[in-house]
Design a protein around this ligand. Sequence first.
Ligand code: FAD
Ligand code: A2P
Length: 307
Amino acid sequence: MRIQFPQVELNIYNKNNPVEVPILSSEVATSAASPNIIRHITFDLSGTELEGKFHAGQSIGVLPPGITDKGKPEPLRLYSISSPSDGEDGNGKHHSTTVKRLIGEHWETQKLFTGTCSNYLSSLRAGDIVKVTGPSGKRFLLPENAEDFNYVFFATGTGVAPFRGMIKDLMKKKHRGEIALIFGAPYRTDLLYESYFREVEGTNKNFHYIPTISREEPRADGSRPYVQTQLFDRQKLLYPILKQENTLIYICGLKGMETGIIQGLASQGLEEYLTFKKELTGDPFSWDADEMKRAVKTGERMFLEVY
Ligand code: FAD
Ligand code: A2P
């Protein structure tokens, strides 16, 4: 089955030519009990060249104010669009993203470390103005002939953002093929867009929502449930979908999550999603991580966006 991606316009605005837009709304998307703060933030793109231009899966660039330690202007950060292609408003004027405040202890100084852009953006309130760029990304998209495929989406944390938009797009088109969303979060309180995914699951037999909570109940062998362990724990559901020739895999979220997914696919004989630059033998879970990075790439039916 040929995958045709839609023609998308890229970088209508860039870092040298950003556009100022107001924040329309900003709401906490995690539950009140969660120590993590993730916000669903909507930009009002009305009257700019960005109106109607974003596709689910693309990213918007945000330019935070200020200067870096090296005396340069703060660089642009990218955030996945979590709204459907026609926006939250249905007219492509209001697009959203899903931003996690980066907060931690500095790994060397032990002082509080706060990410610049995620905290800047998360502190903006409705009506505040922000400099944005985009659209960015031309391959992490649903195909133009979206109805011809099944989808297996793997997400960790805010990596679920593009899949909310894509699933909304597919639902609007009354998609008939299978869709599985495997979503990893540390605690139940960190699940994002839970009520939307549950609602879709309740009304669409072809939609399979597989939340994967890593730190609450360990697996039988004591290991943490991760999105890739669902390839085994939910094999009865996932394997027949993955075996179909018209199934596409999309992966978004934590850098490094692809390693476990590749090993899981290879160990189930699902090599059709992978491209081997060099033959690797033996148990995929014993493959050397560096060698694997050099030898295995995503195949034509697998798309990756990790950060
Ligand atoms: P920065 O100030 O840039 O700090 C991050 C840097 O600090 C990193 O180099 C990291 O190694 C380092 N660091 C992290 N923790 C510590 C620590 N404890 N001690 C010392 N150093 C540390 N993010 C989202 O929230 N939602 C999205 O939808 C999203 N989509 C993305 C899509 C793409 C295509 C890409 C490339 C990235 C995406 N991101 C997303 C990530 C986002 O672009 C930013 O990288 C993120 O918000 C952190 O930026 P920041 O300015 O807050 O942190
Ligand atoms: P854990 O942190 O318990 O090890 P968030 O971005 O909200 O922190 O969520 C990331 C989720 O992805 C967590 O459940 C985290 O588990 C899990 N995770 C961590 N490392 C990997 C990995 N290599 N592959 C897949 N999932 C991972």
